[in-house]
Design a protein around this ligand. Structure first.
Ligand code: CAA
Length: 259
């Protein structure tokens, strides 16, 4: 597939792939084609054994300023229903490998929702997070009312969703929305640093662990614990588990192969 709105580097670093949103003039507004391209690139990375961690980023001014308002402006409810754009987002959410959002500048509406669909968020100190849809007389539609509330709690989520106010990277960090805040010139390096730590681990265990953490969002405790336990036992079917434990006993670094 030729990508028009994203740049893709499958081997950005060893075992780390990068997707860069690339509509700078429109502050990376997420049109339908761009979202399909992200979905396609993620599916390719999931199928590529060389890739162990994925970074999605924008540019210094904007991660993404939301879904493309100009593309939605004239749509009817039935148009939106037929397009069913969030089906694409559901596929993105099903990516098996860990995804880090490296965010600088505006991270708004669908942009914030895309970052929250990723597994971790590393931000520049210039990042601004918000769900301003209410100012357009709509509301978040790609998980903003759900994932934001789970991340920051009801009080702040309600305020952000009902007033459209932006919060700074520091506020987002204190509220538990993001993992790290660093000076702007370092945000991508910091995301790579985190990705490298993940890429050193067993891809099999990483996949099972990611799946288990995500399960906690849509299951009760008992069901989640049962799911976790099965994935824990499944780790013992991998060569990596033997390698990890042997390396510990032999006091050396493990070399995980993802098998
Ligand atoms: N959709 C389409 N175009 C957008 C856009 C968006 N979400 N955000 C910015 N742009 C465009 C602007 O129209 C402008 O284009 P032109 O130069 O052709 O006029 C260009 O990007 C630069 O934007 P501004 O001139 O507005 O830049 P600014 O620095 O003055 O303001 C901003 C920046 C505060 C982010 C402002 O652009 C803004 O408020 N954007 C919209 C944010 C928003 O409401 N997002 C939610 C969208 S709805 C949604 O996401 C639904 C969902 O849940 C999936």
């Amino acid at each position: 597939m030729n990508y028009e709105f994203i740049l893709v580097e499958p081997a950005y670093h060893t075992h780390i792939a990068l997707i860069r949103l690339n509509r700078p003039k429109e502050l990376n507004a997420l049109n339908l084609q761009l979202m399909l391209e992200i979905k396609h690139a993620l599916a390719e990375f999931d199928a590529n054994d060389e890739v162990r961690c994925i970074i999605i980023t924008g540019n210094e001014r904007a991660f993404a300023a939301g879904a493309d308002i100009k593309q939605m402006e004239s749509k009817t409810a039935i148009d939106m229903l037929k397009i069913d754009q969030f089906e694409t987002w559901d596929q993105i959410r099903k990516t098996k490998k860990p995804i880090i959002a490296a965010v600088s500048g505006f991270c708004l509406g669908g942009g914030c929702e895309l970052a929250m669909t990723c597994d971790m968020i590393v931000a520049s100190d210039t990042a601004k997070f918000g769900q301003p849809e209410i100012k357009l007389a709509i509301m978040p539609g790609a998980g903003g009312t759900q994932r934001l509330t789970k991340a920051v709690g009801k009080a702040l989520a309600m305020e952000m969703v009902l007033t459209g106010k932006f919060i700074s990277a520091d506020e987002a960090h204190s509220a538990g929305l993001i993992n790290r805040v660093v000076p702007q010139e370092l945000y991508l390096d910091e995301a790579v640093k985190l990705a490298k730590e993940i890429a050193l681990q067993s891809p099999v265990a990483i996949r099972l662990a990611k799946e288990s953490v995500l399960k906690s969002f849509d299951s009760g405790l008992q069901e989640g614990l049962f799911f976790e336990r099965k994935n824990f036992y499944m780790c013992f079917a991998s060569d990596d588990q033997k390698e990890g434990m042997n390396a510990f006993v032999e006091k050396r670094k493990p070399d995980f192969k993802g098998k």
